[in-house]
Structure formats: C-alpha cells, structure tokens
Design a protein around this ligand. Structure first.
Ligand code: CU
Length: 172
C-alpha cells in the first residue's frame, strides 16, 4: 500500500513537471525570437496542442485523485473469520501490512497469518508489545502469530524498528 502510494506520488510529481515544462516550452517558443539560442531541452518538447491539453487535464485529474486519496482515504479494517474456534486473518507484508487493521472478538484465540513478500529487513520481524510477541517472518512463507485477547481495546503491532504499523481491534 505504502509503496503504491509512493509510486503514485512520484508519477504525479513527474506529471506536474511534464505539464510545467510543456507550458513553459510553449511560452518560450512564443517569446524567444529566432536569433535567441534555444536550449535543446525546450526544443525536444514540441507536442500538438490537443496532446498538451489532454496531458494537463489528465495530470490535474490524477493529482486531485492523489490528493483525495492522501487526505481522505482511511485504512479499512478486516474482520477475522472464525473457523474451529480460531479467528483467522491473512496479512500480507509488502511495504507495510495489508490489511493493517484487523477486528477480532474478545476471549477467542486469534491466528494472524503473516505472508511476507517484502525482502527488506525492515519487515523481517513483527512485534506485538501488548501480547509480548516478537515473531520473525520468513520471506515468501506464511508465519502464524497466535494470541488470545482478553480485553476489549486497540492493540498496535509494528515492524522491528517501529516504522510500519498495524492494529488489532478487539471487540466484545
Ligand atoms: Cu522496520
């Protein structure tokens, strides 16, 4: 998730750059007279007007979508599914935890099945301080983390360096 957001942000910024440079290139072309030296950078960007407009509109739409996403999207909570008296949720570890928020019921054993796809050492450990759990996660394997929450509340978990976070929502 984080990785995707980051890539999108970079794409947005490069689009802003592309729009800005095509606009300034257009202005430059109009303003400079024939004798003025033109930088090859500006010469190379000569697109038809329709393309420029499409690029600008598309870029602006993408930027507003990105802004909306950053400002208003909230991580969704996933309800654990109970089978044989155990509440299970699969969590993918890839640039963070997906889902990052898990909702479980109090007093029933929980099994979080961590599938680590991210090779960065940052995510090789997952910590549940409230449950005194520090679990190593192997790469490309599923590692179960089990505990039984006895008290209603919100319990954070994180990577070994406390950079990526998730939470367990324990309900009655
Ligand atoms: Cu980390």
């Amino acid at each position: 998730m984080l990785k995707i957001k980051f890539i999108n942000l970079i794409v947005s910024f490069s689009l802003v750059g592309a729009i800005a440079s095509s606009v300034s290139a257009a202005e430059m072309t109009e303003m400079t007279d024939e004798h003025a030296p033109r930088s090859p950078q500006f010469q190379s960007i000569e697109q038809p007007l329709a393309l420029k407009i499409a690029l600008t509109v598309g870029g602006l739409a993408l930027i507003s979508a990105q802004l909306w996403w950053f400002l208003f999207s909230k991580p969704k909570s996933q309800q654990a599914e109970t089978s044989d008296g155990v509440q299970e949720v699969s969590i993918t570890v890839d640039g963070g935890y997906i889902p990052a928020i898990v909702t479980v019921k109090r007093g029933l054993p929980v099994r979080l099945k961590f599938m680590r796809r991210d090779p960065s050492s940052c995510l090789e450990k997952v910590l549940f301080p409230d449950f005194h759990i520090a679990q190593d996660l192997g790469l490309n394997v599923t590692t179960p983390v089990e505990f039984t929450p006895q008290t209603v509340g919100n319990y954070q978990f994180s990577c070994g360096m406390n950079m990526f976070h998730g939470a367990i929502n324990v309900e009655e």
